[in-house]
Design a protein around this ligand. Sequence first.
Ligand code: C5P
Length: 342
Amino acid sequence: MLGLPALSKESRSRRRLALSAAAKVNLVLEILGKRADGYHELVTVMQAVDLSDRLILEEAADLELAVSAEGVPGDATNLALRAATALREASGTDRGVHITLDKRVPVAAGLGGGSSDAAAVLLGLNRLWGLRWPAARLAEVATTLGMDVPFFLRGGGALGTGRGEELKPVPAGAVALVLVTPPFGSSTAEAYGRVTPSMYTDGSRAQTMAGLLRTRQAARVAASLYNGLEAAVAPLHPEIARMKAALLAAGALGVAMSGSGPTVFGVARSFEHARQIRARLTRASWRCWAVRTLGGPAVRVRTIGSMDRMMGRGQAARRGTLDPVFGGSNPPAPTTIRRGRR
Ligand code: C5P
């Protein structure tokens, strides 16, 4: 057929999915106490935002991963590959997948990027491998990967209790935020390891925020931000206080650290206001984004179909040169491939 890219029969028949995996912020994170299992009892309001990693899942014999960003592990410690391994074991399938991961969400930043990638892999493989598992069954596997992962199976806004994995959806209006990430990461385990009983609160701030989110009133949301982990993490990183002060000076209505940090975020009156605030943040080493909260799913899945192949989009997306979900150009092609056969 004239004008079509030359694809082998095998390549044409191999199924591919393109996914986007959104980050989150914790609008409130309260620590209620320490549990007998070593984790901390939380009440948190998690909210998906429109800053997303991109993934391509393609049928393969093995479990394989190619990552686009430097400093992101491409081996079996990567949560995306761990998700594929966990689902393969739990389902008993002998099928594989080649995962291409294009990182845009900063790593170890308190934004749940790795957890969102893991949720995307679970949702994508549920489809690619034809498992047809209900969400509750996927959530059981998600919890074994990390307490943030179940949230990303759904997205939107949610009130999290227990270790953060017991979720109640919170209908949320759109709020504009500015995210600021410094050039270093923060360890979640270390952050929780520094928590003392003086940092415990009663969960009422999270309940208040859950009620407020429905109202879309940015000023009230801004006034109710809270993160109990800040007291544990901020003394380690003076940059956190500097980023918060810079956001407030640039016009943010309120500021807080997200998760175990070090990312901080500010609430804006509108998306245009968020862009203005971001433009006023001039420190070169900070990465800044104006984002909107997402009312809908954190993970979006699309089959790369015959039209994409005719346009060459499937191949370009796999190479990482085309945005698989929204169109446009991507950062550089993946650099690492590791095999994860067990
Ligand atoms: O769930 P995740 O694997 O991200 O957690 C990393 C570490 O953070 C845990 O091993 C635990 O030490 C700590 N943590 C905690 N209480 C929670 C969640 C995490 O102490 N609710």
